[in-house]
Ligand binder design. Structure first.
Ligand SMILES: Nc1ncnc2c1ncn2[C@@H]1O[C@H](COP(=O)(O)OP(=O)(O)O)[C@@H](O)[C@H]1O
Ligand SMILES: [Mg+2]
Length: 324
């Protein structure tokens, strides 16, 4: 088999919006996104709400809403991932652990949902084994979704997804509503899937949790991937190259919770050039123009000034700060 398990190249997604009368505008919600996932690897895509994370998941699954248009390329095991191939692979080779627990049928017992209506002793045995591997005993099988705690519901959703032993798992925000211990356990399950050879794309807004399990991290800001790096780069601020990634680093509790004024822009109000420009202390006039994604020693970054400021050539005060 050739190539990455999944390769997304230059994915852009937009919605056509009709305003008063015949006025029609394009809302670019994801722009020129590149992501790869290999077998045995857990890649986290992190970004705050509205940054385009679920759309990325749905684009890979072939589940974009009808009013979305997309461009770019997707390859699966080196072959084009066409819409018909997505339909073939979906639910078997590629599975989605959805963001919303409303994907469970409220009127169907847990066992039945996990078995997806299939019958026979082999499937019953497998269902029991899968649920058991997530700490859910046989007593869970006759329960209905409303009888489950948040953590149990997440584990049932995961069980449903892994019944087919997928090669690629896309988990869309699998931890909200869970207390820290339960969230850690759920992420631990995705880590195990990667250890067992699956590729995992973990979509989350929780950087701290993601860093505990991810090999690589892709940071989204307002629909644009601004940095891709090794998880280990987050052990020091100097090894992060985008000003927004550094801001995320400084916002982590162990680094002092400091925040950057302002908000991520809504797609309708995107500035030209770098979407982080209005909040960036280092923005210059040229940042209003095109900003390409450049390869770095650790992944890639989309910042015109990253070399200059990340290595502190022009700003010794920053270098000292980073060394502290
Ligand atoms: N069907 C749709 N029509 C128009 N805009 C949409 C639609 N679905 C999502 N969006 C917009 O796309 C952006 C990204 O959405 P989404 O991928 O759900 O974000 P996230 O999962 O990161 O919170 C949001 O600004 C959202 O409002
Ligand atoms: Mg989402």
């Amino acid at each position: 088999m050739e190539g990455h398990l999944l390769e997304v190249r230059g994915l852009s997604i937009s919605f056509t919006q009709y305003e008063k009368g015949l006025h029609q505008t394009e809302l670019p919600v994801i722009r020129d996104l590149n992501v790869t996932v290999d077998r045995g690897e857990l890649v986290a895509v992190i970004g705050s709400s509205g940054s385009g994370k679920s759309l990325l998941a749905h684009a890979v699954m072939g589940l974009l809403p009808y009013n979305a248009s997309s461009s770019g390329e997707m390859l699966y095991q080196g072959e084009p991932l066409t819409e018909s191939r997505k339909r073939e692979l979906r639910g078997r080779n590629i599975v989605l652990v959805p963001q919303s627990v409303s994907y469970l049928d409220p009127l169907m017992q847990v066992g039945e949902q996990v078995r997806k209506g299939k019958k026979g002793p082999a499937i019953l045995e497998k269902c029991r084994r899968v649920l058991g591997s997530y700490g859910l005993g046989p007593e869970t099988e006759p329960l209905y979704p409303f009888q489950l705690s948040g953590g149990m519901t997440r584990r049932v959703l995961i069980s449903t997804a892994v019944m087919e032993e997928p090669e690629l798992v896309i988990a869309d925000e699998p931890t909200p509503g869970l207390h820290l211990e339960a969230a850690r356990r759920v992420l631990g399950h995705f880590r195990e899937m990667a250890e067992q050879g699956a590729g995992v794309l973990l979509i989350t807004h929780d950087l701290e949790l993601a860093l505990q399990v991810a090999d690589r991290v892709v940071v989204l800001y307002a629909g644009t991937a601004i940095e891709e790096t090794d998880s280990r780069s987050f052990s020091r601020e100097e090894t992060l190259y985008h000003p927004y990634t550094r801001a995320l680093y400084r916002a982590m509790p162990e680094h002092g919770f400091s925040s950057v004024p302002g908000n991520q822009p809504y797609v309708k109000e995107l500035p030209s050039g770098c979407p982080y420009r209005p909040r960036c202390e280092r923005a210059k006039g040229e940042c209003a123009g095109a900003v390409p994604f450049e390869r770095t020693d650790r992944g890639g970054v989309r910042c015109l000034r990253w070399r200059e400021w990340a290595f502190g050539q022009e700003e010794p005060s920053l270098r000292e700060e980073a060394a502290l």
